[in-house]
Design a protein around this ligand. Structure first.
Ligand code: BJW
Length: 228
């Protein structure tokens, strides 16, 4: 069985990473749509850097939860037949043991040079304008995908969705494209579809089946079912 799992902020919520659109989802009083755009970065680079520098620093204080661990357990069994596509920019899937992970919206622990286009593993703050390790210019930005930018690895994701027998969406509101459209694409290619989310998402009705509750309970139970 070939499985594609899409994850969103909800899978990391019980690790202590705030979601974007739940009640506690504001970032210093700003909606994500106000800070996560190239225009916002051009207008107020220090505000946007602070938004990401604080989230990068906060990664040290969080740990994977049973939902991340369950997906790693599934990968141990399925190998290349499982692809985890995450919208999250945290590294909790990798720390939970997953290896085949696509970060559609980039990664907090990566920097992108606007001067030379190179990407680098990055663990420190970017707000104080460090020099690019390759070209020396002080043009580093968070290596994340903002509104209006093209998500990473779409070819790989669409190929996996086209082959999938099962598509599972975990902890995402379905408010942001193109990820919100994956359920329709996968279903159109013949996959069965399942939503695991705290509450019904915007696109809940598009899934063959939906189970609602905390990811730390739903995901291990679903993996147990699948492996049985
Ligand atoms: C739990 C839980 C628990 C809580 N257990 N569950 C008009 C119409 C259609 C599209 C567009 C349009 N105008 C513009 C667009 C496109 C635009 C878009 O979608 N805009 C919408 C606002 C309408 N999209 C883009 O611009 C994208 N690029 C693009 O489309 O390029 C064109 C292209 C595509 C493909 C090929 C070629 C070209 C880029 C989108 C970039 C999004 N970036 C962000 C910021 C990234 C960096 C960062 O993290 O700061 O990504 S925005 C933000 O939203 C972040 C997230 O990854 C993303 C999704 O959020 P997510 O994960 O769903 O979180 P929440 O908070 O919304 O939901 C959490 C869910 O978890 C909730 O349902 C909770 O109930 C649940 N939950 N606790 C289980 N314990």
């Amino acid at each position: 069985m070939k499985v594609v799992v899409l994850t969103g902020a909800g899978i990391s919520a019980e690790s202590g990473v705030p979601t974007f659109r739940d009640a506690d989802g504001l970032w210093h009083g700003h909606r994500v749509e106000e800070v996560a755009t190239p225009e916002a970065f051009a207008r107020q680079p220090s505000l946007v850097h602070r938004f990401y520098d604080e989230r990068r620093a906060a990664l040290a204080a969080v740990a994977p939860n049973p939902a991340h661990a369950a997906l790693a357990r599934l990968e141990d069994r399925l190998g290349d037949d499982l692809l985890v596509v995450t919208q999250n920019i945290d590294d909790l899937h990798e720390r939970g043991g997953s290896r085949r992970v696509v970060h559609l919206h980039g990664q907090l622990r990566s920097a992108l040079c606007r001067g030379c286009g190179e990407r680098f593993p990055w663990h420190d703050a970017l707000g104080d304008g460090p020099a690019c390790p390759r070209c020396g210019r002080r043009e580093l930005r968070p290596d994340v995908v903002w509104f209006g930018e093209i998500p990473y690895d779409m070819d790989r994701v669409l190929a996996a969705l086209g082959r999938a027998d099962l598509f599972v969406s975990i902890g995402t509101s379905g408010a942001v494209q193109p990820a919100a459209g994956f359920v329709g694409y996968a279903a159109g290619q013949g996959a069965r579809t399942l939503e695991l989310n705290l509450v019904p998402s915007h696109g809940s009705h598009l899934f063959d089946e939906a189970r609602h509750g905390p990811a730390s309970e739903l995901v291990p139970a679903w993996v147990d079912d699948l492996l049985r």
